[in-house]
Design a protein around this ligand. Structure first.
Ligand code: CAA
Length: 241
């Protein structure tokens, strides 16, 4: 039986590439989305991957959504916590709404999702959790106190959960992408984006597929000794110690 992989924010951007790569590697994939019905329908028609709509920032929605995925596809073996948003503003202009939206969607979602699969993974003595962090959680970023805090939190969460579940066949790892050519990055004002690209030694934005192939690597059955790590994919823009 194919393993079941659940990818949050799995119908667009980096998540879309991850969903497709996991399907290509033989997983039975479920992709969640929240806002964009049209993009999700298009994605489903093009890929045949099942899509589920819920808000990862809400615990009860995650609980009910995961129950539905498990009833339809089977127990979740691989969870990819990818869903994320930006609400960029310098702190002196940031609203409480911008702060909370990013913390809840990008960090609290990891609790909401992982909490609802971890007991099953522990009972079955197998699991793979891959959390998408960011270069900006490693180095901080102008205009992203909210996002940088959430993405740094993702790395701490990963390390704790890896240790808690290391003796249960479950690995928990983070990936810290740099600037990848997705809608999220293209929303950065053009002059600022050009300034950012100039600081990437490889000389270009990354591709979503380059992140996706690292997810399939970490999700594999034979990746059992890699846990608690953060895999950086940023074209040498920032080399974390
Ligand atoms: N890198 C380098 N310089 C930056 C910068 C960045 N990421 N963001 C802003 N700056 C610079 C601007 O170029 C500008 O410099 P100059 O005065 O020399 O022109 C200065 O900071 C002030 O910027 P703005 O004039 O744009 O000020 P603002 O108040 O109108 O807007 C801002 C501030 C909201 C931070 C806006 O600049 C912005 O959106 N910046 C991009 C922030 C960013 O990098 N977001 C990442 C989004 S992609 C992502 O999050 C995915 C991921 O994981 C990497």
């Amino acid at each position: 039986m194919a393993r079941v992989a659940l990818v949050t924010g799995g119908s667009r951007g980096i998540g879309e590439a991850i969903s497709k790569a996991l399907k290509g590697a033989g997983y039975n994939v479920a992709a969640t989305y929240h806002g964009n019905d049209e993009a999700a329908a298009k994605f489903k028609a093009a890929t045949g991957i099942a899509v589920y709509k819920w808000d990862v920032a809400k615990f009860d929605d995650c609980k009910a959504g995961i129950a539905r995925v498990e009833a339809e596809l089977g127990p979740v073996d691989v969870l990819v916590n990818n869903a994320g948003i930006t609400r960029d503003a310098t702190l002196h202009r940031m609203t409480p709404e911008q702060w909370h939206a990013v913390i809840e969607t990008n960090l609290t979602s990891l609790f909401n999702m992982s909490r609802n699969v971890i007991e099953g993974m522990r009972n079955r003595s197998f699991g793979r959790i891959v959390n998408i962090s960011s270069i900006n959680g490693q180095k901080g970023q102008i205009g992203q106190a909210n996002y940088s805090a959430a993405k740094a939190g993702v790395i701490g969460f990963t390390k704790a959960l890896a240790q808690e579940n290391a003796n249960k066949g479950i690995t928990v790892n983070a990936i810290a992408p740099g600037y990848i050519a997705t809608e999220m990055v293209r929303a950065v004002p053009e002059p600022v984006l050009q300034k950012i690209i100039a600081t990437i030694p490889v000389g270009r934005l990354g591709e979503a597929d380059e992140v996706a192939r690292c997810v399939t690597f970490l999700a594999a059955d034979d990746a059992g000794f890699i846990t608690g790590s953060t895999l950086t994919i940023n074209g040498a823009q920032y080399i974390a110690g």
